[in-house]
Design a protein around this ligand. Structure first.
Ligand SMILES: [Zn+2]
Length: 335
């Protein structure tokens, strides 16, 4: 899998470097990120949502929720929702939260998800742009709700809709919420993805929070179909020497400097988890995100669904590094 993904991404990078718009985005990405939207997608549609709204590098910080489940309240979803949404609060221009629903998701799931977005302390003043999507034919419906809308942006996004490439639901990518990185495509299409701060997934917690939802999601996914399923953990940073490091990785080197009370515990969890895999204090954010990847891999194996399928070889878990600016992929041993 690794070779295939690396070859595809190399081809894509050559194309991107010839496009003046994308080249300008890369130059901006080298300076840092300043996304104007927070995008919350179902895990199954995270990659496709970027294409659906014709989003470019740097446009949206990314969070996710488990499909066919309402987004949990912030305190029960620190990794999938609370952390990324709190991180979003530091950017200077915030225009709204975009939330998408698959065509088969119920009104109750939609209602509860929008309600729980309004419960996040850092999102209260932002409009919520909610869309229900048929990903097969690109038909999108604006969801009418009473929790703060913005008609101008809703219409703007409706005009940017394009039918996304086919979904590769045999591949799940764990990647940072950073607006400058996106999950690499496979030869079959656009993978599913879970965007979190630093691409980190916590241990299974047995307490009815986001990790229980994730375990159900893994169980359903891994039990479906005959083909081998693959999880790819992507750590990103300045791996080409002229770019920008993972912001969550940087924050985790100095968690005491974070004043936002919603964000600080999420970053402290990254420190705690990564430290277990560090013999000495990390010298750079790049060292930190590499140990975070090891922590995530170990944590995945605490989920009963993952452990069962990994043991019987119906699941492969692999890791790659990605340059923040060019999105070039590197093998772990190569750097
Ligand atoms: Zn990052």
């Amino acid at each position: 899998m690794i070779n295939e993904l690396m070859e595809l991404s190399e081809k894509l990078i050559i194309e991107r470097k010839q496009d003046p718009v994308l080249l300008a985005r890369m130059e901006l990405a080298a300076q840092g990120q300043s996304p104007q939207f927070l995008l919350i997608s179902p895990i199954t549609r995270s990659g496709q949502d970027l294409q659906l709204f014709s989003m470019n590098q740097g446009d949206a910080l990314h969070a996710s929720r488990v499909p066919n489940n309402a987004l949990l309240p912030p305190d029960l979803a620190p990794t999938l929702f609370k952390g990324p949404a709190s991180y979003n609060s530091k950017f200077p221009i915030k225009r709204g939260v975009i939330v998408t629903f698959d065509i088969d998701e119920s009104l109750e799931i939609i209602r509860e998800t929008i309600e729980n977005i309004t419960h996040h302390p850092d999102l209260r003043s932002l409009p919520i742009l909610a869309f229900q999507v048929n990903y097969e034919n690109g038909r999108v419906k604006i969801i009418v709700h009473g929790r703060g809308r913005n008609y101008e942006y809703e219409n703007k996004f409706m005009h940017r809709i394009r039918i996304p490439d086919e979904l590769d639901d045999s591949l799940l990518v764990l990647i940072c919420s950073d607006s400058r990185v996106s999950p690499p495509n496979s030869s079959k299409g656009v993978p599913m993805s879970i965007p979190t701060l630093g691409g980190y997934i916590p241990e299974y917690r047995h307490n009815g929070d986001e990790t229980s939802q994730l375990n159900h999601f893994f169980e359903k996914w891994l039990s479906s179909g005959e083909e081998t399923k693959r999880i790819l953990i992507v750590a990103h940073g300045n791996f080409e020497g002229e770019g920008s490091s993972c912001s969550a990785g940087i924050a985790s080197l100095n968690p005491q400097t974070i004043s936002n009370p919603s964000l600080r515990p999420v970053i402290e969890e990254l420190v705690r988890a990564a430290s277990v895999f560090e013999i000495s204090p990390p010298q750079s954010p790049e060292d930190r995100v590499k140990s975070l990847t090891k922590a995530t891999k170990a944590n995945l194996l605490t989920y009963p669904a993952i452990k069962e399928h990994h043991d019987i070889y119906r699941l492969e878990i692999e890791e790659l590094l990605m340059d923040t600016v060019t999105n070039t992929l590197f093998q772990f041993d190569g750097i």
